[in-house]
Design a protein around this ligand. Sequence first.
Ligand SMILES: Nc1ncnc2c1ncn2[C@@H]1O[C@H](COP(=O)(O)OP(=O)(O)O)[C@@H](O)[C@H]1O
Ligand SMILES: [Mg+2]
Length: 254
Amino acid sequence: MLKEVTATRYITPLREGGSLPGLVEADDHGTYVMKFTGAGQGRKTLVAEVVCGELARRLGFRVPRLVTIGLDPDLGLGEPDPEVQGLLKSSGGTNLGMAFLSGALGFDPLAFAVSPEEAGRIVWFDALVNNVDRSWRNPNLLRWQGEEWLIDHGATMIWHHNWPGAEASAARPYDASDHVLAPFAPDLDAAADALAPLVTEELLAEVTAQVPDVWLADEPGFETPDDLRRAYARPLVARAAVVHDRVHGIEGVK
Ligand SMILES: Nc1ncnc2c1ncn2[C@@H]1O[C@H](COP(=O)(O)OP(=O)(O)O)[C@@H](O)[C@H]1O
Ligand SMILES: [Mg+2]
C-alpha cells in the first residue's frame, strides 16, 4: 500500500495541466502535488497514475514518490477561487499525492539531450501503457537534479474506460510521432529486450496492490477490487510481449 498522509494546507493550484492539481502540505511535513478524486475523469485518472507510476518505478524509471492524501473538504472553505473551492469540497476522502520536486524544469527537447537507450525505454513504456500525454507540447517529463523524472500518467490505458472492449483496444498500435522523445532515435528493440521480460503477472499483482480499494469499488462488471486489479494487469502483460512491433511514427521504425 502507498503511504497515507493527511492534507494540512492547500498552497496553490498548478495551472499548467488540465486537471487542476494543487500543491498541498501534509501532516508528515511533506509537500505534494495533489490530484483530486473530484476532478474531471475522477478516480480512474488516479488509478492510472498509481498503476503506471508504480510500474514505471519497478522497471527502473525515476518517478516521484506516490502517497494517498486524506482530505477534509473543509480545507477548501477559505479558498477565494470558486473552481478550487469546488474541487476541494467534492474531493473529501482519499486523493493522490506525488512528492513535489522543487525546482524541477519541464523537459525541453531543444535544451536537453537524451540517449537513444533512455529515449527507447521511455517510448517503449509509454507504448506499453498507451500514454498519449508525453508530447512535445506537453512532455510530462521533468528535469530535476540533472536527470529525467516521469510524471502524469492520468491519460493512459484507454481500455479502462470500456472494459468489455479492453482486449481489442489493448491490441491496437501506438503512434509515437508526437512523442517528445521521438527525435532522439529511441532504441525500442533494446528497451523491449530489457523491459518486456520484467512485466509479469507477479509484478503487476504487486503494482495493482498499491491502488486503494476505494478507487476500485463498484466498477460495473467486477465483484471485488481484486477482480478489477487483475483486469488492469492482463492487457499490460499481454501487450508487453508485442508492443515494440506496434509502435509507429518514429524514424527507423515502421
Ligand atoms: N512531482 C512534481 N514536482 C514538480 N512539479 C510537478 C510535479 N508534478 C507536476 N508538476 C508540475 O505541475 C504540472 C501539472 O501536473 P500534471 O501531473 O502534469 O497534471 P495534469 O494532469 O493537470 O497535466 C506539470 O506540468 C509540472 O509542471
Ligand atoms: Mg500533465
